[in-house]
Each structure stands twice: as C-alpha cells, then as structure tokens.
Design a binder for this molecule. Structure first.
Ligand code: SF4
Length: 680
C-alpha cells in the first residue's frame, strides 16, 4: 500500500490530501495535517473524492455519432480525424468566429492554457470562456479595476488572526467547508463574525451580527456602513492618502447613503448596520469573504464591498484582506490562463498592443483583437446563430446553465465536441465525445482560492482508453497544423511561466517540494507571495469606485408580494455530475430528497401560515412573465417576504425572470412573485 500527497479537486479551497493506493486502485483518502490550508481537516467530499475515479460508469472509448444519430464507439484516430475535418470545414465556410471553446472551472491550468491557445493561435478566435464566466467575470473586472489584482489578496490562514470577519452571500459550510471551519474556529477564539446574506445559513447561525437584507439591497448596506465609518471618523486617513485615488469622487457619491434610508431599503435595522460598520472599522485586522459567483448582485454591490476595505485600510500583512472565494476548484486558474473572451493569459486586455505583440512573437502567430463571444450568449441562442460549433471541456451546460435551455442550442449546431469522464446530459447532444483520465490518473496543477498553485499527482495508471485532456487538445491542434512538442504536462507549465508573468517562478520541480506556491511567484520571489500587498502597496495604486445612487423603483406589490432569491442548496450538489458517480456522496447529498423527492422552493414559516401552506405542499410561483410549480420547504432560513429558488430548478430562471431581465447578463432588477397553494 502506498500513500501520496496530492490536492483535493472538488472545491476552490484546495485541501491537501493523501491518497492510499493498492494494486493500482485508489483505496482511500485522508487529510494532510501539516497542509497550510486544511491543517488535518477534510469535508465529506474530500474523504470520498477517489470514488469518482473508481466509478464503473466512466467513459473508456471515444464516441462518434453515426448516420442513425447514435453515439457509437470509435478509435482515437477516427475521433480526431472527424474533429479536425469538421473544424476546418466550419472555419473555411463561416470564419474562425463560428467556433467557440468553453471549459469548466474544474479544468486544470494546463488544459485551460492549451484550450485557449488552440482557439486563439490555431483557429484565430477569442470565443473562449469558462462555465462560470457567465457571472464570475464581473468580480474579476471589479477587482482588477480597484486593486489591480483579480484574486484574493491574502492567505486563508489570515482568517485565524482576523479580529473581525465579514462573510457575504456564501454558505461556506456547503460551498467551501474547510474555509467555513476556519471561520468558525476563528470565531471560537473570540474573533467577531458578521454575516450578510439573504439566507440564514449555517455560518450565519454562529454570527455575532447577522444582516439579512432584502434581495438586491446589499450595496445599500455597504454604502451606509461606509458613511457611518466616515461620519464617526473611523477611516484610515494615512492609508487612503498614501495608496488610494478617486477618494473625493467616492466621498461625493457616498454622502447620499443615509443610514435610515438604507435601513428602509434593505429591511435591516439601522442599529445593526451601524454596529457592523463600527466593529469592522475598529479591528486591527479584518477579512472580507465573498463569493465570486454572486450573480444576483450588481457590479456596484461588489464595488461597495471593496470601497469599505480601502476606507479602513484592511489590506496588507497584519491588516487582513479581501477573499474573492472561488467555489470551483480551479476558477482562479482558468481565468489566470486566459479562458476569458476579452483577456489573454495573465489578464492581457485586447487593447494592450505592446503586450499582445510580445505574445504574438512568443506564440509566432497573429492574434485577433476582436472580443470573443462568452458562454452565456453562445449557449443561449448560439449568438443569434453565428456560432456553428462548440467545444465543451468537462463542462455540462445542459445540467448546469440555468440561464438558458442549452440543449435547444446544442441540438441545432453543426459540431459539438464534449470532453468528459462520463456520458453527461450535454454529451447526449455531442457529435463526438472524448473520454478523459480521472483525478489521481494524471499530474496537473490547480490554483486555489488563495492563489496557491498546487499539483494533483498521478497515483495510479489510467485504464486503457481515456487520454489526458491536455494531450487530446495537443493532438487535435497538431492535426490542425500546430507544431506543439509538449512531452508532458510539466512542459506546458514551463511555457505558462514564460507567458503569465506572475507564474514565472512556478514549475513542477518547485511545486513538488512544497504545498504549492502562491502567485505572484517570480524569479525574484521564488517562494511565492502569501499576501499580495505584503512587501508594499504602490502609491495611489488602489482606486475607490464612485457609488451610483440606485433608486429602488421596483418594489413588491399587492399582486406580487414576494421577492425572489436564487441560490445554491445541498440539492444542487446532489445533481453535480461528480457526486452522481460517487455512491457515498450521492447517498449523503440525497438527504433533502427524502422529504422533497421532486425538489422544493423555500418560504418563511410566517408567510406559509398566512397562505395556509404546509411543508411539502405543492405550490405555484408566478411572476409577471411566467410561473412554475414546485413543493414548499417551510424554513426560517428565509426572510419573511422572500422565496428562495435553488439553482437546480433550471426552468425557474427562464420562466420567472424572462428574457428581458436575463438579457442584462446580471440580475439588475429584483423580481417579485406570488405564491398559490395547488390542490392536487
Ligand atoms: S473543502 Fe473543498 S478542497 Fe477541502 S476537502 Fe472539501 S471539497 Fe475538498
């Protein structure tokens, strides 16, 4: 029996785990005690992560759709020939922008780098995006604009030392459980916890201050907190003067955010907002944690959070930081690698001429400067029919893209290429399906939510048939005329180090000797950087954002009295394709299904009593554009006057929100609904 240290690849925490193997089979997993992220802890997903590799349902051979419309086993040669031939055909007929390349934020750095390189250098399009790009790119842009880095500024270990921790709109106990346990341990040590969320989640149960705003009013809370901090003279003047710009414009805009108004708009008592503001501003060290997947939030609401950090100077060693939490294991990495329609690897903008020219020199090709089409638009209606072929790497939009009916789009395309471990719902619409090797069967890297690039090790040989994702991309690219000579995934990381400046000092040799490296990791800083601002903050490099005064004109009415909230639930995880292929996880995540076998929406007990609705009753939820039917889960987790619809009810998004609001990309307007009990 052997034991090898590797990285859990389920969520963005990136816990260190040991895999136990015997006779080329992974037989168990257990936590690393000394790993700086999880310090001997794992959640249930980590303990059972290897079950997916051992699943009997894995795809072992490529599949090609035959003349009768059925997927049929084929050879690798036939699959690659077919793909190369179809890509050339579509590119010649409709141009390079008729093809799009989307991957999952679970893809490794090496796979992501090669997929966007194929799209940009071989095909000539910027039509690349990652599955969560439909919403998380908003956070990236705000962070780049305001602090110059599209990532968490500090290390998870700082949570232990933070006198005050704000957790915004993420149920850590479910999404990033090990981070959640670090937060609770910190709280047990006497540090203060503020939770701001429309749902009373498990972390909120332990909060010193729990702020439950009406949906869409979070920026009012932060702006009112900022005003309290300014009015009470709690701002960090030295920090602002030395490091921040645009302060005057910000101050001009913030004065209108009166505490009383914010209280009325958000439904949160004014004294609670005031208390939270004073607590946060008075801390020596404070951390602010939010999910990069906050789709339901306006850009201004993310800006308002960052403004608060700048106002109090809670950045840099010993002062705390911003944690832009990535729920998927490699969301940070796929963005770093350039799986973005408007940014090249290392976040090079398409208008940065000199940087693009130097990349063109390195890649020896001419790059398109035209922004690409993102996943949302392409999967919604193939960008009005302009997209003819889509490559989907580990991405299963038919199951997870709740913003559109991806199946309808995919069935009309001339080419759908799917790379996955399993025959997913999306694979059912593919012309060709390529089987992938699984966790533990290849050596690749992932970048966690604190910028830590870590190796996931090869601990067993893969079964006969599947190939590593990066190798598939390389073979197809070479068939299309590229001349890529990567011997292994380490070669790809060496190239990434030359293209992405903040990965310069990262290579497999150095990663293997440590618990990964946190970028920026350069030749000057080969050990990496635990806090982005640990050495110094460049003068005037941080920017305040001016806050628009948003008139909350949309309000609940007599006809539609409830605010709609979308979000994650355990049930969502139950539908996750990886969990579906682990017997233990499937059983555990099925808990909610025992009571609600057909799904549920959540309503507050008071609302339920008024409507004479009991737990488990069938209910109809209607907005001004449509309706859905589901089953009531009556719970105090939801604020009175709101209805929580988990993301897994895919048709709910389309039926209740409608095309107009969906088209805005982010949910700029609150949606109101009514609830009626259905008699079956
Ligand atoms: S918290 Fe995330 S990385 Fe850690 S064991 Fe759980 S799923 Fe894996």
């Amino acid at each position: 029996m052997s034991h090898q240290l590797t990285t859990c690849t389920f969520c963005g925490t990136g816990c260190g785990i040991y895999l136990e193997t015997e006779n080329n089979v992974i037989t168990g997993a257990y936590p690393s005690i000394s790993h700086p992220v999880n310090k001997g802890k794992l959640c249930i997903r980590g303990w059972n992560v290897h079950e997916i590799t051992n699943s009997k349902d894995r795809l072992l051979r490529p599949l090609l759709r035959n003349k009768n419309g059925q997927l049929q086993v084929c050879s690798w040669e036939d699959a690659i020939d077919f793909i190369a031939q179809k890509i050339v055909e579509l590119k010649n007929k409709y141009g390079p922008d008729s093809l799009a390349f989307f991957n999952s934020p679970r893809c490794s750095n090496e796979e992501s780098y090669l997929l966007q390189k194929l799209a940009r250098t071989v095909i000539g399009t910027n039509n690349v995006d990652h599955g969560t790009g439909v919403y998380s790119n908003n956070s990236i842009n705000v962070l780049l604009e305001m602090i110059g880095y599209p990532a968490s500024t500090s290390s998870i270990s700082v949570i232990d030392k933070s006198g005050v921790i704000i957790v915004d709109s993420i149920d850590l106990s479910m999404q990033l459980p090990t981070v959640g346990s670090r937060v609770l341990q910190s709280k047990l040590k006497g540090n203060k916890l503020i939770v701001i969320d429309t749902r009373r989640n498990r972390i909120a149960e332990n909060a010193d201050i729990f702020i439950q705003p009406n949906p869409g009013t979070e920026s009012w809370i932060y702006n009112a907190m900022a005003k309290v901090i300014i009015d009470r003279g709690l701002i960090n003047r030295r920090f602002i003067k030395e490091y921040c710009s645009d302060y005057e414009e910000f101050i001009g805009s913030i004065l209108q955010f009166d505490l009383q108004h914010a209280s009325e708009a958000s439904g949160v008592p004014a004294n609670l907002i005031e208390e939270a503001a004073q607590l946060y501003a008075s801390a020596d060290c404070a951390s602010l944690l939010f999910s990069t997947g906050i789709e339901t939030r306006r850009t201004s609401s993310i800006q308002s959070m960052i403004n608060l950090v700048l106002l109090t100077g809670h950045l840099g060693s010993g002062r705390g930081g911003i944690f832009a939490l990535t729920e998927h294991n490699n969301l940070q990495g796929v963005c770093d690698m350039g799986m973005l329609p408007d940014k090249l690897p290392g976040y090079i903008n398409l208008n940065e001429d000199s940087r693009i020219k130097s990349l063109e020199g390195f890649w020896q090709c001419k790059l398109s400067r035209k922004p690409g089409i993102g996943a949302r638009l392409a999967l919604k209606n193939a960008a009005n029919g302009n997209i003819k072929g889509i490559w989907l790497s580990r991405y299963d939009p038919v199951s997870t893209a709740y913003f559109c009916d991806a199946a309808k789009t995919l069935e009309k395309l001339d080419l759908v290429i799917v790379q996955h471990l399993f025959l997913t719902s999306t694979a059912q619409f593919a012309h060709v399906v390529l089987p992938l090797v699984a966790f533990g069967e290849e050596r690749v890297t992932f970048t966690n939510t604190e910028r830590r690039v870590q190796l996931a090790e090869k601990v067993v040989m893969p079964p006969d048939g599947p190939l590593p994702c990066w190798l598939q991309i390389k073979e197809i690219s070479n068939r299309l005329g590229a001349n890529w000579n990567y011997k292994d995934s380490a070669d790809i990381m060496d190239e990434i180090g030359q293209v992405v400046p903040f990965y310069e000092g990262i290579n497999y040799r150095s990663l293997a000797n440590d618990y990964g490296k946190q970028w920026p990791c350069t030749k000057e800083k080969p050990l990496g950087t635990s806090d982005i601002f640990e050495d110094k903050i460049r003068p005037k490099s941080l920017r305040f954002a001016k806050m628009p005064f948003i008139v909350l004109d949309a309000k609940p009415s007599e006809e539609y009295p409830f605010s709609l909230v979308f979000g994650m639930s355990l049930y969502y995880w139950h539908r996750n394709v990886l969990i579906q292929h682990s017997e233990i996880l499937k059983r555990e995540y099925r808990t909610l299904l025992l009571d609600y076998p057909n799904g549920f929406v959540e309503i507050n007990p008071e609302d339920a009593a008024n409507l004479k609705i009991r737990d488990g009753d069938c209910i109809k939820i209607s907005s001004s554009v449509g309706s859905i039917t589901s089953w009531a889960r009556v719970t105090k987790e939801i604020k009175k006057g709101t209805v929580f619809v988990p993301y897994f009810i895919q048709e709910a998004d389309r039926s209740l929100i409608g095309e107009t609001v969906q088209a805005m990309g982010y949910r700029e307007r609150p949606v109101f609904v009514k609830i009626e009990k259905q008699v079956l």
